[in-house]
Ligand binder design. Structure first.
Ligand code: SAM
Ligand code: DTB
Ligand code: SF4
Length: 321
């Protein structure tokens, strides 16, 4: 595959919005069902107390936020949430842990049991646990894991202004380990952290130049959280989010592009425009990991009013209850 250049991506980003959306729509329609949105549910299975210093994150132990370190959830609790998510129409269940990296031992074994349980329900299973080795990723694969979320968050150039406790290359290494283990890659980033347009483009370029490209690309708008260094960032312009999604869709035609954190600050119209520009998934349920998300009923009525449908469970990833 030819790799995208800096100039190519920037030229796309700088196009007038309507032709950009036109192109993104054309790409979207030739690779995906037009009216379908995947609903995914997130659950924080180990909240807070994280050793990393990600400037956006309420779960970092470096900042004084309202999120404290909690004990890890037990498998039964997670299964009850997964069952409820399935009943409400989600087809993917993503479990997050506020870890810098996975450590072998009882906590990781518990995550493996959670993955097996979620797969037994016929849901797609995704986890986000910080850095992993290839061996650990293989154990997750053997437990049935479909996807591993590990975001690049921003450009290589901007990385150190956001996170100092790990490097951009650490991030890429984990993505490689996940890929080698045969687990699909979910990787995206955040806008609204004070990054430049070039940083946004470079982040998308790095993702699009991965071979193969990520199967899933979450685009988050910063949720500013009291106590974090980014608490006072001005809100993201919704049209910037639309533009990011359109460029992601064009560069990564087959990926599922996920309109992720930040939807509570968006109007229905802005969310719909993101879907029009190529987003075909949202996080569904009143909480993301630790911050609020729209209520289920609001999302269902948005889909209904727009004539969109929630993606049905796919037979290939579904077993009977
Ligand atoms: N500890 C793991 C890691 O960093 O990979 C997993 C959990 S972490 C919360 C997952 C992702 O959530 C981060 O990479 C970041 O992109 C996103 N995120 C965290 N806090 C956010 C915020 N306040 N606003 C938007 N996105 C956020
Ligand atoms: C992603 O890119 N966004 C989700 C998911 N992957 C794990 C997480 C968003 C977290 C927002 C802040 C919080 O709720 O703690
Ligand atoms: Fe820890 Fe992940 Fe939050 Fe960074 S984003 S502080 S690694 S939980």
């Amino acid at each position: 595959m030819t790799s995208f250049t800096r100039e190519h991506v920037r030229a796309l980003y700088d196009r007038p919005l309507l032709p950009l959306i036109d192109e993104a729509r054309a790409v979207h329609r030739s690779h995906h069902p037009d009216n379908e949105v995947q609903l995914c549910t997130l659950l924080s299975v180990k909240t807070g107390g994280c050793a990393e210093d990600c400037s956006y994150c309420p779960q970092s132990s470096h900042y004084d936020t309202s999120v404290g370190a909690e004990k890890m959830l037990d498998v039964a609790h997670v299964m009850a949430s997964a069952r409820r998510a399935k009943e409400l129409g989600s087809t993917r269940f993503c479990m997050g842990a506020a870890w810098r990296e996975v450590k072998d031992g009882p906590a990781f074994d518990r995550v493996l049991s959670m993955v097996r349980g979620v797969k037994d329900l016929g849901l797609e299973a995704c986890v986000t646990l910080g850095m992993v080795t290839e061996e650990q990723a293989k154990r997750l694969k053997d437990a049935g894991l479909d996807a591993y979320n590990h975001n690049l968050d921003t450009s290589r150039e901007n990385y150190r202004s956001i996170i100092k406790t790990r490097t951009f290359d650490d991030r890429l290494r984990t993505l490689e380990n996940v890929r080698k283990a045969g687990v699909t890659v979910c990787s995206g980033g955040i806008i609204g952290m004070g990054e430049s347009i070039d940083d946004r483009c470079e982040m998308l370029r790095t993702l699009a130049n991965l071979e193969p490209q990520p199967e899933s690309v979450p685009i988050n708008a910063l949720v500013p959280v009291e106590g974090t260094p980014l608490a006072n960032m001005p809100p993201v312009d919704p049209l910037d989010l639309v533009r990011m999604i359109a460029v992601a869709r064009i560069l990564m035609p087959k990926a599922r592009v996920r309109l992720s954190a930040g939807r509570t600050a968006l109007s229905r119209e802005a969310q719909l425009m993101c879907m029009f520009a190529g987003a075909n998934s949202i996080f569904y349920g009143e909480k993301l990991l630790t911050t609020p998300n729209p209520e289920e009923e609001e999302d269902l009525s948005l889909l209904r009013d727009a004539g969109l449908t929630a993606m049905p469970p796919r037979p290939s990833v579904t077993t009977a209850l």
